[in-house]
Write a protein that binds this ligand. Sequence first.
Ligand code: AMP
Ligand code: MG
Length: 342
Amino acid sequence: MKLRLGLLWILIACICSGCSDEKVQQNDTSSSTCEVFAMDTYMTLTADGENVDKALNEAKARIEELDNILSTGNEESEIALLNKTGSGELSEDSFYLLEKSLEISDKTDGAFLPTIYPLMEAWGFPTKEFNVPEESTIESLLPLLDVGQVEIDSDKKSVSFKKAGMKLDFGGIAKGYTSDEIMKIFKENGIESGIVNLGGNVHTLGTKADGSLWKVGIQNPSGGEDYLGVLEIADKAVITSGGYERYFEEDGIIYHHIIDPDTGFPADNELQSVTIVSDNGLLADGLSTALFVMGLDKAIDFWRNNNTEFDVIMMTKDNVVYVSEGISDSFSTSYDMKLIER
Ligand code: AMP
Ligand code: MG
């Protein structure tokens, strides 16, 4: 109840103040910050520049627009309606996300599947009425994940599921796409310096206003106050997936929200968290989920085969941090660190 009231208060504060009332001082220049609660998470947008208030208001409106289209929990959303009917024409945004997520499924050999929703429902994540499904239930749902049964028409921007009961879920890429869209809005408004944090997923534009690099602390999956490490960057998305983000416990076992499409169970390997660093937020988000499913060795191979597109930081359950060569000089950690070479 307390939490609910807290959320409500933040919502009211945002609605009443718009995005641009709160000014924060940063070094010699002033930047503006806006807080939004959307996509089931707290978001903070900060930017610096002449048109900053307009940019932040446009960004907030865009976040709300995307949330209204993509939310599986909102019965009126485009995706919820599609999941009910099994076919329909899509908006530009949904169709783009569908095409991109099918590309990521293909690229990751099915570790990422936008058709994962029937399993999310079986485990109770959307309603928070958690439940460990019977093996037989999981077996019966696995065929619904087959992306080959999603038929799309690029001219009409329409989609049709070839098996009854198939459902989409863009929860694994929506925030990355949203941060790409915010960066676009910032740039259109002449902003050269900004940073957004969408529930732990960070995207930076340019450098800080004083020209120095952004310092992004990466959340420690084993809890506590300290970060897993700190990354110094400019113009990058830094997106993390981990079981610690959403989970429930039953009979002493923890079940989290990232499902291995091969088994229908929460991914269970040596990884605690995967952080992807890339110019492209959507790709970073899709890959953070996919590499978490793959496990350490496959994820390392995947990076070696695609290392021009992204870099990666992974923490194993025994608290060793693996960092790919492209960002190792920009990253510092107090944990044991192993370099992933090309
Ligand atoms: P992320 O925090 O980006 O890793 O996204 C996790 C969310 O992605 C979950 O809450 C589900 O909505 C969705 N999801 C879970 N497992 C998968 C999967 N194997 N492929 C694609 N999306 C998934
Ligand atoms: Mg993701």
